[in-house]
Structures are given as structure tokens and as C-alpha cells.
Design a protein around this ligand. Structure first.
Ligand code: KIV
Ligand code: ZN
Length: 503
């Protein structure tokens, strides 16, 4: 059996199914390039048949990717498989991932199909997918609650039809590690070398990483996971946890390895948090902001005497490095460029100029600019969408008795338009003023605000999800030390994104 564990990243597909995590096409491409740098083997770029936007994003990723395998998900129906095959066609290495549910509850209530019908559908789906690509993955959705004798029948048919990877998801995160071990071991013995066995575990009981690792111990050679563990409901197995466990516990995993460049883990985690606005919890393993901090005196003393007293991983191994240079308003273009290089960014000359301009504006408002501030700023810059509306000025007024009000001037086609509105709070007032100026009404579906780094003058990151004209929900980001200005930028960013999609 091969010792390499294939890392199949599904941040752009299952991860994007997290409530509040949708990404626009530019963001998806930026993330795909970062995943390639991270060294993942397969990237599930989306679900091509879900919408024209999804199709386009997968297709663009397929065009820009060089060595990575680009995969699209497809239900076991011709229309989905055709869309998947067409979307990934520009990629050098490509895969179609088709699936159908195999558990009694899914077959009876969701699919309303008999087991023999499901087997036939699976066979036809794999055969049809093979007409587009050689590399076909077949998943038995809800395998974790399926009957093993039936799974063996379906899997056999799928392999004979040409599936090269068999994925056995614990779709609802129900299983315990010892159960996954026994299950994968049986399936592995049944399949032998006819196909690679893959695990895909959800985190409903907080066991997704443990279950994936037990799957690997039992013979799975592909793990499906997401950055920061984002995903449907409680999420998926976190890539950084699976990879670091395999690397750190060589005594258990022996010669097993992944091709992940672990130094890219932290930059990738920050990018996902910046794009989606979903911060990993502070105590999240590997990438949470407390993951390498020692608070108690006893621990600090131990670490000073010998780091391994309380540290099993070095922060630099995941790319959390510090050059001890904090930028500020006296830092010049050279220092800024050096810092970007240190953080692993290689912007074009135009991107650098524009990012430097933003940095200078920020440095006027904020004394110390930390690495995570720069990461947030450059992430915004690298996924910039054309600015149709641009905020010129914002002023707000609020008191604890009475209404809040906001006045804005916005630039549109070289014209400066000003208006004001009252609101139930400042954010409401700002968004209403923008609606009045642009004459496009948005319905706010989600609003998140967080501080990028520490201090009273910390940069606020606002992420909004807005539905415009009852048609499409888009997301927008805003960064500023002023939370209200960050909110206005996020809302106008969402509007620009919507208008660009409409063009
Ligand atoms: O959780 C799941 O079962 C899935 C499949 C579509 C692979 O995401
Ligand atoms: Zn899933």
C-alpha cells in the first residue's frame, strides 16, 4: 500500500456550504492558487451544476491551475456530470466526483429510490463521467449510516464502471473513531488495490479529525478536509489538524506522509478567514489565535527552560513566523515590499502600488501595523473587483436618546452624489443612505464584525451578505480602523460585486 496520503481539499465546495461562507469568483481563484502553493493534491473547486457562477469559478480555476488536480462535484445525474466535465476541461489534471446516497434513510426519504435503482444510477453515473475524464471519484453519501453489505455491492459496481477513488463519507458526523477504523478496514480489504479509499468526515460530534486519522490507520489513502475545518453545519475535518497530526506523530503514522508544505498552513488559514469573515475560534488547534500562547507562569517558565515542555509543534512549522518588524507611518515602500515578501506575497507592480497607498492611509490612523493587518489588507487588494461606486466621505451622528443618522458622498461615473438617512443605529443609517444614493435596495442577510489584531486602534474587518433587488445574495468586505467606515465599505463592496455579476 502506498505511504502517501492524498490531501483532497474541499474548502471551495463543502467549506463554502458553511452558513455565511460564500465567496465570489475572484476570491475562489485567489484561494485556489494559495491551495496549490500549500501543496494539496486535489482541489474540489465547486459544484459546477449549482449555478452559472459556480461553473465559471471552477472553469477559471481549471485555467489558472498548473499541477494541481481540479475536481468538480456532480450528483449522479447526466446534467451535473456534463457540467462538471465541461467546467474542469481546461485543467491538466482533472477529476469528476459523483455521488449518490446509500443509507436506508436517505434512499427511502430523500431519493425515494430502491437499493437496486441506486446501484444502477451509480453505475451509469460513473460510466458517463468516464466519457469526460479518466479520474473518477465515487462517493456513497451517508456511508457512515449505510449497511456494509449494500455498500460493498455499490462500491463493486462503481469500481467495475471505472471509479478510481471510493469515498466513504460520514456525512452527518455520527461515527466514533473505533467504528470508522473497523468500517474502513473492512472496506479496504474488500476493495484491495482496485481503488483508493477516501475518508470524508463531518464534525457534528467534534470527531472529524480523529475519525479521519483512524480512517488513515485503517488503510484510507485520501483524506477530504477543509482549511480551518469550515463546512456544512459543524464543519469538516480540518486540513491543518490532519496534516500536523500525521507529521507530529511519526511514532504512530510511521512512513505515512502528505505533500503539504506546512509553512503555508497559517497564511492559508488567514486567507480563508479574511475572505469568508469566519475567524477560527481562539482555541482552535493549530491555527487559533491562542494555539501557541502560554498564559500560566508555570508553562511560561517551562517553555523558557525547554520549549518542548509545553510545545509539541513549533509555530514556525505552520508558517507563523515573526521577523520582529512592526510597520508604522514612517515605514517606506521598501520596508512594505520586504514585509510582503516575508509573508509570502508576490504582488504585481500595480497591486503593490495600490496596496502601499492603502497601507499609508492605514498608517496615518493606526500606530503599529502587525503582520495580520498586512495579510488582511493584501488579501483585499488581490481580490479587488472593479469599483463602480466608491465612498468619498462618511459622517455619522448618534446619541443614546434618539435616532442615529449617516451622511455619505459616493462617486459614481465621475459624479459625486450625497445623501443622508436616519436609522435604527448607525449601521442601519449608513446602509439606508447608500440605498438612497444608488437607488438600489439591499436586504442585509448577515453582518459580522471583528478586530484583525489587537489594540484600541485595531483594524475592524466587516463582512456583509446582502441580497440586492430580490435577485442575488453577494458578500462584501470592508477594512478600516473606523468600524462604521468599514461597514460602509463592505456594503458598497457587496453592491459593486452584484453589479459586476450583472454586467
Ligand atoms: O458529506 C458528504 O457526504 C459530502 C458528499 C457530497 C461527498 O459532502
Ligand atoms: Zn461533506
Amino acid at each position: 500500500m502506498d505511504n502517501k496520503i492524498i490531501i483532497f481539499d474541499t474548502t471551495l465546495r463543502d467549506g463554502e456550504q458553511s452558513p455565511g461562507a460564500s465567496m465570489n469568483s475572484g476570491e475562489k481563484i485567489r484561494l485556489a492558487l494559495q491551495l496549490e502553493k500549500l501543496g494539496v493534491d486535489v482541489i474540489e473547486a465547486g459544484f459546477a451544476a449549482a449555478s452559472p457562477g459556480d461553473f465559471e469559478a471552477i472553469n477559471e480555476i481549471a485555467k489558472v491551475s498548473s499541477k494541481i488536480n481540479v475536481c468538480s462535484l456532480a450528483r449522479a445525474v447526466e446534467k451535473d456530470i456534463k457540467a462538471a466535465g465541461e467546467a474542469i476541461s481546461p485543467a491538466k489534471n482533472r477529476r469528476i466526483h459523483t455521488f449518490i446516497a446509500t443509507s436506508p434513510i436517505h434512499m427511502e426519504f430523500k431519493l425515494k429510490k430502491s437499493p437496486s435503482e441506486v446501484i444502477k444510477i451509480a453505475e451509469n453515473a460513473v460510466k458517463y463521467a468516464k466519457t469526460f475524464v479518466d479520474d473518477v471519484e465515487f462517493s456513497c453519501e451517508d456511508a457512515g449510516r449505510s449497511e456494509i453489505s449494500f455498500l460493498k455491492e455499490v462500491v463493486d459496481v462503481a469500481i467495475n464502471a471505472g471509479a478510481t477513488t471510493i469515498n466513504l463519507p460520514d456525512t452527518v458526523g455520527y461515527r466514533l473513531p473505533n467504528e470508522i477504523y473497523d468500517f474502513i478496514k473492512q472496506m479496504r480489504e474488500f476493495v484491495g488495490d482496485r481503488a483508493i479509499i477516501s475518508v470524508h468526515n463531518h464534525n457534528d460530534l467534534g470527531l472529524a479529525t480523529a475519525n479521519s486519522l483512524f480512517g488513515v490507520m485503517a488503510g484510507a489513502r485520501q483524506v477530504e478536509c477543509t482549511i480551518n475545518g469550515i463546512g456544512e453545519r459543524a464543519g469538516n475535518a480540518a486540513l491543518e489538524e490532519v496534516v500536523m497530526a500525521i507529521k507530529t506523530r511519526k511514532d504512530i503514522f510511521k512512513n505515512l506522509y502528505t505533500d503539504i508544505n506546512t509553512k503555508e498552513i497559517y497564511p492559508t488559514s488567514r486567507l480563508v478567514a479574511n475572505i469568508t469573515g469566519m475567524e477560527p475560534q481562539a482555541n482552535k488547534a493549530i491555527v487559533g489565535k491562542n494555539a501557541f500562547l502560554h498564559e500560566s507562569g508555570i508553562h511560561q517558565d517551562g517553555v523558557l527552560k525547554h520549549p518542548e515542555t509545553y510545545e509539541i509543534i513549533k509555530s514556525c512549522d505552520i508558517g507563523l513566523e515573526n521577523d520582529n518588524i512592526v510597520l508604522g507611518k514612517h515605514s517606506g515602500r521598501h520596508a512594505f515590499k520586504d514585509k510582503l515578501k516575508f509573508l509570502g506575497f508576490e504582488p504585481s507592480e500595480d497591486e503593490l502600488n495600490s496596496a502601499f497607498e492603502k497601507f499609508k492611509i492605514l498608517a496615518d490612523k493606526k500606530k503599529d501595523i502587525y503582520d495580520d493587518d498586512i495579510r488582511a489588507l493584501i488579501s483585499d487588494e488581490l481580490v479587488k473587483i472593479p469599483e463602480i461606486y466608491e465612498i468619498v466621505t462618511l459622517s455619522v451622528n448618534s446619541c443614546n436618546k434618539g435616532h442615529a443618522s449617516a451622511s455619505l458622498t459616493i462617486k459614481y461615473n465621475d459624479e459625486f452624489i450625497s445623501d443622508s438617512a436616519l436609522g435604527n443605529g448607525l449601521v442601519d443609517g449608513i446602509f439606508k443612505s447608500i440605498d438612497r444614493i444608488t437607488k438600489i435596495t439591499g436586504v442585509l442577510k448577515d453582518y459580522q464584525v471583528g478586530a484583525v489584531t489587537k489594540g484600541k486602534d485595531a483594524v475592524a474587518r466587516v463582512v456583509v451578505k446582502v441580497e440586492f433587488e430580490g435577485q442575488k445574495t453577494v458578500i462584501g468586505h470592508g477594512l478600516d480602523v473606523d468600524t462604521m467606515l468599514a461597514s460602509a465599505k463592505a456594503y458598497v463592496g457587496a453592491l459593486n460585486s452584484y453589479l459586476n455579476l450583472r454586467r
